[in-house]
Structure formats: structure tokens, C-alpha cells
Design a protein around this ligand. Structure first.
Ligand code: SAM
Length: 355
């Protein structure tokens, strides 16, 4: 990924230092970036996600969509949207499960928000029957009610990091050091204004993270849900409450990696600050539900029951695989506790399934 390292060096020569957000943006979504062309998923890639672990994940989300659509008054036409649909596996499984409601399937127009050409090709193969429309962002979505799903999308959005020093908060930036990249401190930029009460009281060396990109996304989506109706479900990893700590990380071939080494060859992510997103949604006038843990969400929507039903009909080896997949999704020491689920609705619904 020489192209990315080169473009970083050119920018650093002009600008001196790049915020972590600018670094993430360039490495992940810039020309030739990590998320532009390659399929990073699966055993041969850098990480594996819930829908790639078990088809039951997407199936449950599909049933959640049908249920939520019903609670919203079964609009006759709506946009079913997925942000960062990966290989299209989640939506394929969701739409198969959604066959329980032919009215839901007839009412939906499928939209996929994706910037990766290889993944778009795979999505087109898996979802051809549903004639999806692709978008680079939510901005081009036509008017109308929306049901939106996003699994492991928010963690790829750029964050800013601030570090407490003897002279107060300083912004963490990336600089060039010889042939490599290194962290340095600089005067804080405007994202400092997004620090939260939970960041107060930081001691020397502690790090606070904020994501203007994630907040802007939630704010514009929430305004849309309020005006046009609908709901959104975000699943990602991060704490339920805002707090201090450095979660900027890289994954390469399923192992943690130095986020400044080999830019473009490893996935860069940060934990999602669900409390700040729920607050941004409420401020924009919509209802936020959760976050709840992925384990609680999937358990209350019957994942264990479904696993038992499928296992009862399967041979011993397949039954064991199904139980292992279920465990990976819900066990607290696997994805069950770290991953959270946050839902937003434009309508004042008394409750939503699972949250
Ligand atoms: C971690 S993968 C998750 C894929 C899928 N949701 C899953 O669970 O398997 C992130 C997805 O978001 C897409 N993506 C990353 N940055 C994006 C951006 N700025 N705009 C649109 N899509 C993006 C990636 O190409 C990929 O499809």
C-alpha cells in the first residue's frame, strides 16, 4: 500500500501533523485506501464479523426489521438501508427471514451505502433479486421512511484523540519520523468542544476520544427519521457509557497490529461511544433505545432457541458448529458483552423488540 504511505508523507510534508481523524480518513477511505478495493473479511482477510460467523445473526435482524416495520404502522413504501453491508451476507440472510411478510418485502426498496468496489460486486451477486441501489453516503437517499441497519460500520468512522498533559488537553497527531510514522502532540482542534463530562478529571497521560463524523451521521439520520419516519439499528463494539481510554487499534490477519505501521494494510477502528450518539439522536428530536449488549439483544430475540431447534435436526458435528457460533455471538467473553445495540426511531414507540 505504497500509494497511501506516499499520500500521507506528501500531506505531512505540507501540514506537519495529521489528526488521528485525518489519518484514519486517508488510510481507510482515501484513494487506494483500505476500504476502497479489497475484501478485508473472513478467514483469509483481517477480521470476521457476526453475519459471517452465523446466518442466524442476519435472520434475527431481518425479523427485527419486519417487527419494527409493523410497529411503525407498516408503511406501504419504505427504504431498507444498510450502511457498510460487507459481502451482503447480513442483508441476504435478513431478506430470507423477512419472507414471513410478503407485504414487508413488497414495500421495501433496498439501498446499500458502500465505498468498496469489490464488496459492491459481491453485494450485487447476493442481492440481485432485490434490485439494490448503491450510495456513497446517506445524502443521496430519496425521501421516504427508512429502516436502516449498520453492523460494524461506526467503528470505522474517524476519531480525534486528546491527551491530558501538564499544560492541559493536547491533540494527538501523526507525524513522520524518518521512514515511519509516530504519534506527537499538537494544539487541540475544534473537536475538543465535543469532550464529555465523563472526560473531566482526566489525569496526566489519559486519553479522551470523540468522533465528530459519527455524531454528524447520527444527527443527520435522526433529523431524517424525525421528518420522514422510520428506525435505525446500530451494532458495534464499545462501552455503554462515555469514558477515558485509548481504543484506536489496527487488525491485520486477525491479530492486533501497530496502527501506524503499514498504513492501508490493516483495518483501523476505534470503540464507538454509544452514549454520545444516543445523546446526539435525542437532541435531534428522535427516540434512542439502548444501548443493550449484543448478548442480551440476541438472547431476547431467541438466538439460543433457534440454535437448539436447528441443532435438534442436525447431525452431531453440525449441531456442535451451531452451538459454537451461538456462543461466539452472545457469550460475555466473546462478542456478547463488548458489542452493543442502539436503536433510533422517529416515532414514539413504547418498545422495540430486543431493546
Ligand atoms: C467492518 S466492515 C462490516 C461489514 C458488514 N457490515 C458485516 O458485518 O460483515 C465495514 C463495512 O463498511 C464499509 N465502509 C467503510 N467505510 C465506509 C464509508 N466511509 N462509507 C461507506 N461504507 C464504508 C466497508 O467497505 C465494509 O462494507
Amino acid at each position: 500500500m505504497q500509494q497511501i504511505a506516499e499520500s500521507l508523507r506528501r500531506r505531512l510534508a505540507l501540514e506537519g501533523g495529521l489528526t488521528i481523524a485525518a489519518y484514519m480518513e486517508t488510510v481507510l477511505a482515501g484513494a487506494g485506501g483500505y476500504y476502497r478495493e479489497n475484501d478485508p473479511l473472513g478467514e483469509a482477510g483481517d477480521f470476521i464479523t457476526a453475519p459471517e460467523i452465523s446466518q442466524m445473526f442476519g435472520e434475527i435482524l431481518g425479523l427485527w426489521c419486519v417487527d419494527t416495520w409493523t410497529r411503525l404502522g407498516s408503511p406501504e413504501a419504505f427504504h431498507l438501508v444498510e450502511m457498510g453491508p460487507g459481502r451482503g451476507t447480513l442483508m441476504q440472510d435478513a431478506l430470507r427471514a423477512a419472507r414471513v411478510s410478503s407485504a414487508f418485502l413488497a414495500a421495501k426498496q433496498l439501498h446499500l451505502v458502500e465505498i468498496n468496489e469489490e464488496l459492491k460486486r459481491q453485494q450485487a451477486l447476493r442481492l440481485a433479486d432485490h434490485q439494490p441501489q448503491w450510495h456513497a453516503s446517506l445524502a443521496t437517499l430519496p425521501p421516504g421512511p427508512v429502516l436502516l441497519l449498520a453492523n460494524e460500520f461506526l467503528d470505522a468512522l474517524p476519531i480525534h484523540q486528546f491527551i491530558m498533559t501538564e499544560s492541559g488537553w493536547r491533540e494527538r497527531v501523526v507525524v513522520q519520523q524518518g521512514d515511519s510514522f509516530a504519534f506527537a502532540h499538537a494544539a487541540p482542534g475544534p473537536a475538543l468542544a465535543l469532550l464529555r463530562p465523563a472526560h473531566q478529571g482526566a489525569v496526566l497521560g489519559e486519553i479522551a476520544e470523540v468522533s465528530p463524523a459519527a455524531i454528524a451521521l447520527i444527527d443527520s439520520l435522526a433529523r431524517r427519521l424525525k421528518a420522514e419516519g422510520g428506525a435505525a439499528l446500530f451494532i458495534d463494539y464499545g462501552p455503554a457509557e462515555s469514558g477515558l481510554g485509548d481504543s484506536f487499534q489496527a487488525l491485520k490477519r486477525h491479530q492486533f497490529h501497530d496502527p501506524l505501521a503499514d498504513p492501508g494494510e490493516a483495518d483501523l477502528t476505534a470503540h464507538v461511544d454509544f452514549a454520545s450518539l444516543a445523546e446526539a439522536a435525542r437532541q435531534a428530536g428522535v427516540h434512542a433505545y439502548g444501548p443493550v449488549t449484543q448478548g442480551d439483544f440476541l438472547r431476547s430475540l431467541g438466538l439460543e432457541l433457534r440454535t437448539d431447534m436447528l441443532a435438534a435436526k442436525a447431525d452431531a458435528e453440525t449441531a456442535e458448529i451451531l452451538r459454537r457460533q451461538c456462543r461466539r455471538l452472545i457469550a460475555p467473553d466473546e462478542m456478547g458483552r463488548l458489542f452493543k445495540v442502539l436503536a433510533l426511531t422517529g416515532a414514539d414507540l413504547e418498545e422495540l423488540a430486543g431493546i
